[in-house]
Design a protein around this ligand. Structure first.
Ligand SMILES: NC(=O)CC[C@H](N)C(=O)O
Length: 304
């Protein structure tokens, strides 16, 4: 398979979709991204890196940070995590409040916002400065020491983050947040604001493709079994209430973010990152989904 040719063709094919979607506007600092941008990168376990489009442009990774934060917390805290958050698909939007009250403040999974707030809370208790630890982790895993937060985006989200604050306060009232609510929210928003390019993201995802062992840093980040667990949760919950459609069309564990990025993992082979800021109605990048669908369909590669 000629991966470079394939992703160049895909970049051309998805161009019509770029005009059909708009960036997230509930975080005002994200709304200004030009929706005509598209980038895709593939990092393989045999050390190759392929890229097309605006592949050096850094964007806000938003909820893709949830996959890395979960990896950090699972590594240090282990299965005790699952007493505080579930691992079932929610079937609801990522910022939904309604299920949380029925289920006594225990979020369905770590990839909806409520679940990520709990994971952040555990990270604060176990690791300390959870957002800086995540930034340092991603600097190592992308071999890019200059990666950083976007403080403007973090502040914009903090100012408008009333839903996340509602989720966090509700969970605090149920006893499922142990740290100060404002502190948890600040670390969560900062982690979401991290800026990375698709090439950096594809490289950073390689430890998930390589059964927990990072070919970039040389560190065993997760056990083989934990890497399988995270990939499984990405497949079933990583794209919220579109996880069924992603499994059907793409057939890879994926984690999306409202910045327009999606990280996809083909265990044993490669990590793929796609970015285009325009979102569909469920908060996933429209062109990135189209690109991943074409990638697995044309290459015949998927977990199925
Ligand atoms: N799906 C997302 O990327 C959501 C992340 C965003 N920071 C939020 O909390 O709303």
């Amino acid at each position: 398979m000629n991966i470079q040719q394939l992703i160049d063709d895909i970049a051309a094919d998805v161009r019509p979709y770029l005009a059909q979607a708009a960036p997230a506007d509930y975080i005002p600092a994200l709304a200004g991204e030009d929706p005509q941008q598209f980038a895709m990168a593939v990092a393989t376990l045999d050390g190759q890196l392929y890229a097309t489009g605006h592949s050096d442009k850094r964007f806000s990774i938003q909820s893709i940070s949830k996959a890395f934060m979960l990896a950090r917390v699972l590594a240090v805290y282990g299965d005790a995590l699952w007493q505080r958050v579930g691992k079932e698909p929610s079937g609801n939007p990522f910022n939904s409040l309604v299920q949380l009250e029925y289920e006594q403040g225990v979020p369905r999974n770590p990839f909806i916002n409520a679940g990520a707030l709990v994971v952040t809370d555990i990270a604060l208790s176990q690791i300390g400065d959870s957002s800086s630890a995540l930034r340092d982790f991603l600097r190592e895993e992308s071999a890019q020491p200059a990666l950083d937060f976007d403080y403007v985006i973090a502040a914009s989200e903090s100012e408008h983050g009333h839903r996340n604050a509602a989720l966090a306060h509700f969970m605090k009232s149920c006893g499922n947040l142990h740290n100060n609510v404002d502190q948890v929210l600040a670390h969560y928003f900062r982690a979401c604001s991290l800026r990375m390019s698709v090439t950096e993201l594809a490289r950073a995802g390689l430890f998930l493709a390589n059964h927990g062992a990072s070919p970039v840093s040389g560190v065993q980040r997760l056990t083989r079994s934990q890497a399988k667990q995270i990939n499984a949760i990405m497949l079933t919950c990583g794209t919220y209430d579109a996880a069924g459609e992603f499994a059907y069309r793409v057939g890879l564990p994926c984690k999306s973010g409202v910045g327009g990025g999606i990280l996809a993992v083909l265990p044993g082979k490669m990590s793929i990152a796609v970015w285009s800021p325009g979102l569909d109605s469920r908060g996933n990048s429209l062109a990135s989904l189209e690109a991943l669908d074409r990638f697995t369909t044309r290459s015949g590669e998927s977990v199925f």
